[in-house]
Every structure is written in C-alpha cells, then in structure tokens.
Design a protein around this ligand. Structure first.
Ligand code: MRU
Length: 332
C-alpha cells in the first residue's frame, strides 16, 4: 500500500488529515481561510516540519484568494504559529516571494509541495542502503508521510528497504507527551504492513544495552551550519544512548529543514507548549491538576553525536554540512 497523503489542495480549499484524531479516527478537515489554516498548524492538526511548510504554502494561497490580505500580512500570521521548524518559514517565503513578484501563487505552492515529495523520495533511495537485511531501526516521534505530505524523512529509507525485500523491523518510541510515535508512526507502519514494536520512551536504554538496535534514524525540525539540530523532545537522549552503545545515529531531512543562517544549536528557537499536555495522558488527567509542568516541544542534539545526515543528494557527514550549504547558497 502507498504511503498516506497528509494534505491536498483542490477547489480552492486546503484539506488536511486531522492528526490529533489518529489512530482512532481518520477525519479530514477542510480549511478555506488563512487564519483557520494557521490555527491548524498551531494546534497540531497538521504537524511535522515539511508538512507544516507545505500547509503554510497553501495557506498563503488562501490568504490571497479568500482573505484578500497582503503577502506580508499573511506571512506574519503564519510565521507566528510555531517557531522551531525551519520548513514553515521556507514554505511561507517561497509563496510570499512569488506573490510579491506578481507570479501565480497556487503554482508556487504546488511546485513547493512537489519538490518536498520528490526530496523525501530521494532521501528514501539514499538512505535504504544503510539498512541491512533484517535490521532493527529505532525512530523517535513521527517523521513519516504524515509529517512530510508523502514518504517521510526517517521512514522513507525504511519504506524503500521494505519494498526492496530487506525486511526491516522498526522500534517506535512512544514519544510523550503527544504520542506521535505510538499514535502516528505505528499507524503508518501498520497501514503498510511494516513490522514494528512500540516502546515507552524510557525503554530505549535497556534495548540498546541488549544490542537490539542496529541503527537510529530520526527526522529534524532545524539543522544548523555546524550540524547541530533540533528535533522532537527526547531525541537528544536517544543520540547519547546510541553514542554510548556504538549504534549509528542518522538524521534524515530535505533541504528546507537546513537553516544556513544559524551557526549552532544554541541559536535554534525552541517551542514551549502548554502544561496541560504534560499533566494529561491521551486527554485524561494523569497528575495533580495544579502542579507546575515544563513542556519544551523540541531538544537540540550536537553534531558530534550524528553519524550522518540523509539528504536528497546522499548521506553527508556532519563536518560536510557547512560546505554543502555554502555551495547551495551560491547556486552550485
Ligand atoms: O511537534 P511535531 O509533531 O510537529 O514535531 C515533529 C518532529 O519533531 C519530527 O520529527 C520532525 O518535524 C521531522 S518530520 C519529517
């Protein structure tokens, strides 16, 4: 079965799978104004760095055709939704600049979507050879088709390896507090019949100690020139564990996730979300309602813990990121 399609635009409306409702219900929401699209990004109806970039690109189209805002007003609304994923800013800017130049904004958004899908497929092709026959791959959060429109970043090499008959098995971190691993990654893998096992976030140490993980592949929300990167909270711990146990640790991402303007992980803005996400479990109270809670949505992993970045052009060593970003910015 083909990977799911997280969103599509037709008849002047943006349709998105409501990711808050999965795996229980597959509900499609239709968004026809920029502010409702912005709210869907903020409240994580749509989520995952490349998907929110594409959703924001289409939301710019709604802003022009339905809300009759200026390009800058629309961009401001969308940029204020979530601070960490670089893709959001790239998706907005791609359509904003076409708009300001008098171009066709729908064509710009469609081209952006197609480029993300194509890049994620290329990540799958370049990453699949890292997965040997029967390998056990650990992943964190959801970096699958739901997070990237189609294919995935971390899940793309796994999908390609699966279709090539290499029988990977996926260890799926549950990913507290919003359970993107157990709710979304497991749902995607199950839809396609790819073998997987869900584990509580704090079980990864024992798993690696028992040598049951061959490699880790995660996605990213922002990657800096130095190769430090932000991803879902808990990624840093997995990178330390992988380093301690000699397990290769890969980060898969399209170019929209790389931010050539930032030098180090300390420069990445980290989103902090509401305390209620920590004080509840799947919507049910799981702590004293008046306790304080800290809820950073992402953490930063230093480049020294990364074995390689799986990109649309191949696997980069962390020390190569700076040079490749410079070459790309010079049009090479
Ligand atoms: O808060 P989320 O669910 O949007 O966070 C998503 C992640 O951290 C993903 O791992 C990341 O966006 C990469 S998606 C290909």
């Amino acid at each position: 079965m083909a990977p799911v399609n997280a969103l599509w635009f037709s008849g002047g409306t943006l349709s998105v799978i409501d990711q808050r409702k999965l795996p229980g219900e597959k509900v499609v929401l239709e968004l026809s104004e920029v502010r409702s699209a912005a709210e869907a990004i903020r409240n994580m109806t749509v989520r995952g760095a490349p998907t929110i970039g594409v959703a924001a690109a289409y939301a710019m189209v709604l802003a022009q055709t339905k809300d009759h805002l200026s390009a800058n007003e629309a961009a401001e609304i969308l940029r204020a939704t979530r601070p960490t994923a670089n893709d959001l800013f790239v998706g907005v800017e791609t359509v904003r600049s076409a708009w300001e130049a008098g171009g066709d904004v729908l064509a710009a958004a469609e081209a952006y979507r197609a480029s993300i899908v194509e890049q994620c497929h290329a990540i799958g092709v370049h990453g699949a050879p890292l997965i040997s026959k029967g390998a056990h791959v650990l992943t964190h959060c959801n970096a699958g088709a739901l997070a990237t429109v189609e294919w995935g970043t971390a899940l793309a090499p796994i999908r390609v390896a699966w279709h090539e008959g290499r029988s990977p098995h996926v260890w799926v971190d549950e990913t507290r507090p919003l359970l993107q691993g157990s709710r979304l990654t497991a749902w995607e893998l199950r839809e396609e019949g790819i073998p997987h096992t869900i584990l509580a976030d704090n079980a990864a140490g024992l798993l690696m100690q028992r040598k049951r993980v061959d490699l880790v592949i995660v996605g990213a929300d922002r990657i800096t020139r130095s190769g430090d990167f932000a991803n879902k909270i808990g990624t840093y711990e997995k990178a330390i564990l992988a380093h301690e146990h000699g397990v290769p640790f890969y980060v898969a991402a399209p170019w929209s996730t790389f931010d050539p303007t930032l030098e180090s992980g300390n420069d990445i803005p980290i989103e902090e979300r509401g305390r209620e996400e920590v004080l509840t479990f799947a919507g049910v109270s799981s702590a004293p309602a008046d306790s304080a809670a800290w809820n950073p949505a992402f953490d930063v992993t230093p480049s020294r813990l990364v074995t390689g970045f799986i990109t649309p052009e191949g696997v980069l060593r962390p020390e190569d990121v700076r040079r490749v970003l410079k070459r790309r910015s010079e049009g090479g």
